[in-house]
Design a protein around this ligand. Structure first.
Ligand code: NAD
Length: 335
């Protein structure tokens, strides 16, 4: 298959590209290499992909309408995996426009490209953040997600709504995957595992929000990639069992799906930190702080729908996954 993979220099993008290339797919990896975090890390991820047969890199911003139209006019893709986005909840409080450009305008350009070139399936990253302050656990795809508490979450929910219209109007098969806190080697420098590991190794205190009572359904990156690929490989025929948020008979014959993809095992931040301390052999100094604006106290994925559809089962426990991250971090930064 020839696949357009956006966000290829990103954490999940690189890991996904490696899997696709290993099985012989042709991957056109797109990224704008922005400086939201250390560009060197993005370039080093790309450097792992560029020598591999079947990989080609395109430096482009998904919000660049003319550039995206030219790309889709020049090449035919069988399927598209769209992971490029402005990520991060806290950054969205300071830089709201970045989210509209990358996540809304960019998504629009992806939808249009897919529509005009009859792409067989669009798989895109949504997020557990769409559940907002929902307290019904575990989070199910049937829960109402109309009350996002950050602009980041709102743009991800907007993607699902936009995808629905394209599936409905043009028969474009779309599958949104709501990723739950992804971690693992080559992970993002703005996320807790990276920040905590770095601070502990440097002897600095770590900021522990919600006084450590925050719960997250941490999901290992290889499990996320496994789910993405299982979805990608399904032909996206209409799913008669799928009921959208507002049950409507008109939506049941549309090739539109949204699934949670998580570990189904939420863990308190204090326990998470304990695993990092054990892997590093060092104790953390903790600044206990209140819940931050835009953050939710807990996430917990019900993954039954994705399991039923693809046979997906998360396979990596937190201790193993954190150990792999710490090994990577120490090797990469030589600390
Ligand atoms: P990442 O920031 O490492 O990867 C995103 C990549 O997209 C980056 O390399 C960035 O340069 C690129 N990018 C951003 N805006 C772009 C634009 N306008 N045009 C082209 N490229 C652009 O993040 P990640 O953790 O790998 O996340 C991948 C996807 O998964 C994102 O859509 C993110 O919102 C979603 N997601 C991630 C998590 C998580 O825990 N990591 C959780 C939920 C959802």
């Amino acid at each position: 298959m020839k696949i357009l993979l956006t966000g290829a220099a990103g954490f999940i993008g690189m890991t996904t590209a490696l899997r696709l290339l290993a099985r012989g797919d042709e991957v056109v990896g797109l990224d704008n290499l922005n400086d939201y975090y250390d560009v060197r890390l993005k370039l080093d991820r790309l450097a792992r992909l560029e020598p591999l047969p079947g990989f080609r890199f395109v430096k482009l911003d998904v919000a660049d309408r003319a550039g995206m139209e030219a790309l889709f006019a020049a090449e035919r893709f069988d399927r598209v995996i769209h992971l490029a986005a402005q990520a991060g909840v806290r950054y969205s409080l300071q830089n709201p426009h970045a989210y509209i450009d990358s996540n809304v305008v960019g998504f629009m350009n992806i939808l249009e490209g897919c529509r005009h070139t009859q792409v067989q399936q669009l798989v895109y990253a949504s997020s557990s953040s769409v559940y907002g302050g929902n307290t019904k656990m575990p989070f199910s795809e049937h829960d109402s997600v109309d009350h996002p508490v950050s602009l980041y979450a709102a743009t991800k929910k907007a993607n699902e709504l936009m995808a629905h219209t394209y599936s409905h109007l043009y028969g474009l098969p779309t599958t949104g995957l709501r990723f739950f806190t992804v971690y693992g080697p080559w992970g993002r420098p703005d996320m807790a595992l990276f920040l905590f590991t770095k601070a502990i190794l440097e002897g600095r205190a770590i900021d522990v929000f919600n006084h450590g009572r925050m719960k997250r359904d941490f999901t290992y990156v290889d499990d996320i990639v496994e789910g993405v690929i299982r979805v990608l490989d399904r032909t996206a025929e209409p799913d008669p069992a799928y009921v959208a948020d507002a049950p409507d008979p008109g939506t049941s014959n549309v090739p539109y799906r949204v699934f949670n993809i998580g570990n189904h095992q939420p863990v308190e931040l204090m326990e998470f930190i304990g695993h990092i301390e054990a892997a590093l052999g060092r104790q953390a100094q903790k600044n206990l702080l209140p819940l931050q604006d835009g953050d939710v106290p807990a996430t917990y994925a019900d993954v039954d729908a994705l399991s039923a559809w693809t046979g997906f089962v998360p396979a990596t426990d937190l201790r193993t996954g954190i150990g792999r991250f710490v090994d990577w971090y120490r090797g990469y930064y030589r600390v």
